[in-house]
Design a protein around this ligand. Structure first.
Ligand SMILES: [Zn+2]
Length: 320
């Protein structure tokens, strides 16, 4: 329907009467950054727009090696963010005999020249799993997953957040980081989170004040308990996010502990950084099957997650 992704983000935003990226081009960002809360809410995270980003990603096909969808998705993310981000870097890497690309887009805070100003990383993996090994039908287990939830949903949250960051400068610097090769784990003895580990290795001086990894956040029955590795290493940050969720009535966030999940936050925790993982647990039945499709996704689930994160970014009341 839309050929140009930049146009897409603007058209969708306009359709919903939000501040558009074209407004940005017309200089409306010259507004003072200390707008009232009401004005800020006009630019709220929108779940329907996030859902559209899922639809686009899956329309490209599998985001895994040997499929054209991988390059198309990288182009899609890059084309959307290039005109809007203050800095955009694609970092190619080779690891475990594989090649990948991490993408890093920064939106600077108004007072980013101030020393030690807070910096928040919001991250997701953009690759998808090359096999649906948990499918009930044996013949489908060697096929790649569609990855509407496992892959596309996290990216969708980041891209919708980019729209907000473009229209309203945040009080903190925000880095949107897209990891490649998260989902090769246990295939030919490969680990999970290859891209995230490479990102940490290649950027030793990158020390964000806080980080949030989103993964599998669109399911109709989304439940996000408090992931245990995050709990052990970043309890204050996790509590802060859960307090926001509670105050917003974001019911997808559950007030109990989940389990230990190996995901893209681990390389950061190991490097001593505070990063919380927001992930569906117990994993939905569609996980690593041919059933990970967009009909299992909900705009409301995406919106709940997105609005909690955007309050965390925009209305930072507690020290990080
Ligand atoms: Zn996965």
């Amino acid at each position: 329907m839309f050929s140009n992704p930049k146009k897409l983000i603007a058209q969708l935003a306009m359709a919903c009467a939000f501040v558009t990226l074209s407004a940005l081009a017309q200089g409306q960002l010259a507004e003072p950054p200390d707008n009232s809360l009401n004005e800020r809410l006009d630019g709220q995270f929108n779940g329907q727009l996030a859902l559209q980003h899922i639809a686009h990603q899956i329309s490209f096909g599998p985001r895994t090696a040997d499929y054209a969808g991988k390059q198309k998705t990288l182009n899609y993310i890059q084309q959307l963010l290039e005109p809007e981000a203050d800095q955009l870097v694609v970092q190619p890497f080779s690891a475990h005999g594989l090649s990948g690309n991490n993408l890093w887009a920064s939106f600077y805070a108004a007072d980013s020249k101030q020393k030690n100003h807070p910096r928040i990383m919001l991250a997701a993996h953009w690759d998808t799993r090359p096999i649906a090994e948990r499918d009930a039908v044996a013949a489908k287990r060697s096929e790649p997953v569609v990855g509407a939830n496992d892959g596309a949903s996290g990216v969708a949250v980041l891209l919708e957040m980019a729209r907000l960051l473009s229209s309203q400068r945040a009080p903190v610097t925000v880095d949107l980081v897209f990891f490649d090769l998260e989902d090769m784990g246990n295939i030919d003895s490969l680990p999970f989170s290859i891209g995230a580990a490479e990102f940490v290795r290649k950027n030793p001086f990158y020390r964000p004040t806080a980080g949030v990894v989103v993964d599998m956040v669109c399911d109709l029955d989304l439940t996000i308990p408090q992931e245990r590795f995050s709990r052990d290493s970043a309890a204050d940050l996790q509590d802060q996010i859960w307090r926001i969720a509670q105050s917003q009535g974001a019911t997808v966030f559950k007030n109990h502990k989940g389990t230990y999940i190996e995901d893209d936050h681990l390389p950061f925790l190991r490097a001593g950084l505070k990063v919380v993982n927001l992930i569906h647990w117990p994993f939905p039945r569609s996980w690593h099957t041919s059933g990970d499709t967009i009909d299992r996704c909900s705009a409301d689930s995406l919106q709940q997650v997105g609005r909690v994160i955007s309050e965390f970014i925009y209305l930072q009341r507690e020290p990080l």
